[in-house]
Design a protein around this ligand. Structure first.
Ligand SMILES: [Zn+2]
Length: 425
């Protein structure tokens, strides 16, 4: 027993060391509901950056706005040294266009929309016809292009982008193609582009029959894989990417199911109940005791808390499942994901969306939107506060600095290209 025990202890400390290695210990106190109710109106700083009424304080807003200005300048400078051929939303020019589009939404400044146009035009000149998704393929620039032109009332240009986007469906709908289904490179990532168009330009801009065809292709692919793996009873929709059954948002089931549950995907409620719900429940059974999720169905180590792999991506599937199926268990597990992200989500990998602290912060925002619980707004602000300390935590330098999904890193500025390549190893 002694031997077993010491083995187990070794295992536990190894896991803890691993967690230490992947994330920083969260230095912030958690949200204190009591401080809000008992000190209402008083000058409290327990829950800073929320004020006594639970609203984001003016001083914090100012701090964020100033930092954005500062970082934009540094990004523009840094972009001069990045890969000129990367047009993607994930790491290239379209991601920068999308950033300016979002800034325009918030600030209403015309110059931001103009910047978005400049960057997306640059992307559209270098499309390569290799990938079809919003994040990594031609669909991203075309969809963002359609939206930017629409906002500028360039109707003909917007329509041109849209028709080019729709032409991509041919390869998406081919049943025996090598096309995966996941969000980054597969059919779900094309569906994202179509739904994005309808959300931004208006319902029906992409007609229902096109959307239904894409959704059907995703469904058929999942049913086939499930039958092939003899899992029809337990998990009627199953997907692989590079021969692995991933769970996370980027390459896995969570990202695909999240897309299928979107109201805009118009999947019939019977189909959702018969095929999507049991498949989600199958994924739920793979959950770790910590509340985190494995990166794939066969992976048993509780390591990654990213948007791409782990709780920070799966939480979005659980939130959608709660909205669609109205069962408390989904909300409960989403809240447990949020607890894991709070504890282990300040990542040493950096500040990006895909596998960084900012992407993890979005999990809190989604849960806040759903529940209106101030705890999640507070946690999102704290993660934002962490990100305001850009470059001061000694995080790793991302593969693609100055990009939407991997984020900038100010250390990059102090290192030559060669030094930074060595530092990445
Ligand atoms: Zn990632």
């Amino acid at each position: 027993m002694g031997d077993n025990m010491s083995k187990r202890l070794k295992l536990i400390s190894a896991t803890e060391a691993e967690m230490e290695e992947r994330s920083f210990p969260n230095p912030y106190p958690d949200w204190d509901q009591g401080a809000l109710t008992s000190n209402s109106g008083a000058d409290v700083d327990y829950n800073e950056p929320l004020d006594a009424e639970g609203k984001i304080s003016a001083s914090f807003q100012k701090k964020v706005q100033n930092k954005i200005k500062d970082l934009l300048q540094q990004m523009e400078e840094g972009l001069k040294t990045t890969d000129p051929h990367d047009f993607s939303t994930y790491t290239g020019w379209t991601g920068i266009a999308l950033l300016y589009l979002q800034l325009h939404r918030v600030s209403n400044e015309a110059s931001h929309l103009q910047r978005a146009l400049d960057y997306v035009k640059r992307s559209m000149r270098i499309l390569n016809g290799r990938k079809v998704t919003f994040l990594c393929g031609d669909a991203g620039p075309l969809a963002v292009g359609a939206v930017v032109h629409h906002k500028l009332s360039n109707t003909a240009d917007s329509k041109d982008c849209l028709s080019r986007l729709l032409q991509l469906q041919r390869s998406v709908l081919t049943v025996d193609s090598e096309m995966p289904d996941e969000l980054l490179y597969g059919r779900a990532g094309y569906l994202y582009a179509l739904l994005y168009i309808n959300k931004e330009i208006g319902p029906g801009t992409v007609d229902d029959s096109t959307i239904t065809k894409v959704v059907t292709a995703i469904m058929e692919s999942g049913k086939n894989m499930s039958a092939e793996q003899k899992k029809t009873d337990r998990c009627p929709l199953l997907y692989e990417w590079h021969k692995k059954q991933y769970i996370g948002a980027a390459h896995g089931l969570a990202g695909i199911f999240y897309m299928l549950m979107q109201p805009g995907a118009k999947v019939h409620s019977d189909i959702l109940s018969e095929l999507v719900r049991p498949s989600i429940d199958y994924v739920r059974h793979k959950r770790f005791r910590s509340g985190n999720f494995p990166s794939s169905l066969s992976n048993e180590s509780d390591r990654l808390v990213h948007w791409c792999h782990g709780a920070a991506g799966v939480i979005h599937m659980l939130i959608m499942a709660y909205q669609v199926f109205k069962e408390e268990k989904y909300l409960k597990e989403a809240a447990e994901c949020a607890d894991v992200i709070w504890q282990r989500g300040l990542l040493r990998k950096g500040y990006g969306i895909c596998h960084g602290t900012a992407g993890n912060g979005y999990a809190f925002l989604s849960l806040y939107k759903l529940t209106k619980d101030k705890k999640y707004l507070y946690r999102a602000c704290k993660f934002a506060e962490w990100c305001l300390g850009y470059g001061t935590h000694g995080c790793r330098i991302p593969d693609r600095p100055y990009s939407l999904f991997e984020g900038t890193d100010l250390q990059q500025k102090r290192l030559s290209r060669n030094e930074s390549l060595i530092a990445q190893k």
